[in-house]
Write a protein that binds this ligand. Structure first.
Ligand code: NAD
Length: 362
């Protein structure tokens, strides 16, 4: 099979982690007789430096003409003073909107080998952590009108949070469909005791529930959900929520699994062309030091194979290789935990090479 992948290396650790993911994809292609070609796309701070724009139209077009997009991360302190509409993150928002990827799916799953890296108490971790957060990605407050005005002698900043019924319904369906393929429990998270948009959210979710009688729907306020994720994460199967709540909760969920560096995410819309990336940012504090963990990006590449290219065996092959490398005790600095003794500390390049070396055709 031949596939064209748009590659956004981005800023900070982006180029090093994406380099390792491409190495793994090439090794899988060789093993299974596929051909992956890569179209390099500038986005984020590097695009601002080169083109004066975080995502020039021709770069977005390259993404739209690809079979899927693999992204490292964008942003960093160098661009902190750039005006709001030209910031690196604006490129990311434009990319998501341009691709029409309205559903962001982030697994929060603990690798048994990394249980000791979780900040939660062992008796909580032992109950298991394995849930998915389905986050609405191109609506809500991140995409609403915003402005800063002068009022009564001081500045006043305004952000707008809106959701339409159809925006809620299409993400709600992804939540129900995802739950249907798992343990059939869907928790809808909102703030309906305060926000109109959340009251509409809840109403639409309950309307949809009639179409999915096999899925058990529950409601939870977002503040309670933030507490429950650390108190009893085993209770969750699938969480569906709006853009900003999902952004915050999924970072919290990633922390309880041990490392932000291990977690991939997929963003999908109505076509098979998806956006795949690790959930972390550009980690400028460790960029260029060979300290980053490339596994989240490598697992994002595996998700791309599974969900966009229908290559389940190839995705399994990558996930099994990651598991084997962890079994052998190899750890990047972020996942070595408090019990460093007995583990073999590796850098980004070595981790990528180890995962490549452990790929075996099932
Ligand atoms: P971050 O995720 O970049 O880093 C948070 C902490 O986690 C840091 O200590 C970092 O060293 C560590 N970390 C992150 N990824 C790691 C990895 N793969 N291996 C080992 N350690 C890792 O978050 P931040 O510091 O808040 O943001 C840095 C920049 O990234 C900001 O400019 C922010 O806007 C941007 N950002 C980009 C994205 C994206 O591109 N999707 C997402 C979040 C943040």
């Amino acid at each position: 099979m031949e596939k064209k992948i748009a590659v956004i290396r981005g800023d900070g650790i982006g180029p090093e982690i994406v380099g390792e993911a491409i190495g793994v994809l090439d090794a899988v292609a060789e093993l299974y007789g596929h051909k992956f070609t890569y179209d390099e796309v500038d986005m984020g701070g590097c695009a601002i430096d080169k083109w004066g724009d975080p995502l020039p139209q021709e770069m977005l077009d390259k993404c739209l003409q690809s079979d899927s997009v693999l992204l490292g991360a964008v942003g960093g302190p160098k661009w902190n003073s750039v005006p709001g509409d030209k910031r690196p993150e604006k490129g990311l928002l434009r990319l998501r909107a341009g691709m029409g990827v309205y559903s962001n799916n982030r697994p929060a799953k603990i690798w048994p080998q990394l249980a000791d890296a979780s900040p939660l108490r062992p008796e909580i971790v032992e109950k298991g952590i394995d849930f998915i957060i389905v986050r609405e990605l191109i609506g809500g407050i991140y995409f609403g009108d915003r402005k800063t005005v002068e009022e009564n002698g001081e500045q006043k900043a305004i952000d707008t949070l809106t959701y339409t019924e159809s925006e809620i319904r299409r993400i709600g369906r992804i939540g129900f469909e995802t739950a249907r393929k798992r343990n059939k429990r869907l928790c809808s998270v909102e703030k309906s005791n305060v926000l109109d948009s959340s009251r509409l959210w809840k109403k639409v979710m309950h309307e949809l529930a009639a179409e999915y009688p096999d899925v058990e729907l529950s409601d939870m306020l977002v503040d309670n959900c933030a507490m429950q994720i650390v108190k009893d994460p085993a209770q969750f199967d699938v969480i569906v929520t709006e853009n900003m709540f999902g952004d915050i909760l999924s970072d919290e969920a990633s922390m309880i699994t041990g490392s932000i560096g291990m977690i991939p995410s997929s963003s999908l819309g109505d076509s098979s062309c998806g956006l795949y990336e690790p959930i972390h940012g550009s980690a400028p504090d460790i960029a260029g030091k060979d300290l980053s963990n490339p596994t989240g990006t490598i697992l994002a590449a595996a998700m791309m194979l599974r969900y966009s290219f229908d290559m389940a065996a190839e995705a399994d092959c990558i996930e099994n290789a990651v598991s084997a490398v962890l079994d052998e005790g190899y750890r990047t600095a972020d996942i070595i935990g408090s019990q460093a003794a007995g583990f073999k500390k590796t850098g980004c390049r070595e981790m990528g090479a180890l995962i490549r070396a452990h790929l075996t055709k099932g």
